[in-house]
Design a protein around this ligand. Sequence first.
Ligand code: ZN
Length: 201
Amino acid sequence: MPKAVAGPEIERLIQLLARLPGLGPRSARRAALHLIKKREQLMAPLTDALDTARERIVICKACGNIDTQDPCTVCVDPKRDPSVIVVVADVADLWALERANAVNARYHVLGGTLSPLDGVGPQDLSIDALVSRAHDPAVTEVILALNATVDGQTTAHYITDLLHNANVKVTRLAHGVPVGGELDYLDEGTLSAAMKQRTLI
Ligand code: ZN
């Protein structure tokens, strides 16, 4: 245990910051010091933003997205294609796809992926809700935007089987060469997936 260099209030701030993903103890100290130095410009607005977020954040009952309204901003957006549902494991994946402007559709957040080793089964994810959404006659395609990991692909297969009776096309993201990627640096699994899923130019 390193020696404390400040009073318990500041140490507590550092310990809390250190729990954030991407911040270790060193970065947490740096962040805490920065906040303390910028009390008025940064710490006060951040405190307000955290308070507001804590009071108003809700989970969208339709898709599982995080927002300050339910249904969420994405679900009520009339400009989105109502015939496509993009299935993601986590809200972070939804945000990533939105940042990339990859698709103009609605989403369904599963809340994780099936993982027998970690004891995550179908009942722990919002799979039933997805199946019932997919049976809406307005929906024609379900895109499985899940991680290219064993758990992600197990989940994709499981959902594909369940959607067998729904009148929808089930698709998944392509696996292959990343944009800007050099073949020589790719692992064998990625290279062979890219070769199998080659497309006509
Ligand atoms: Zn929603």
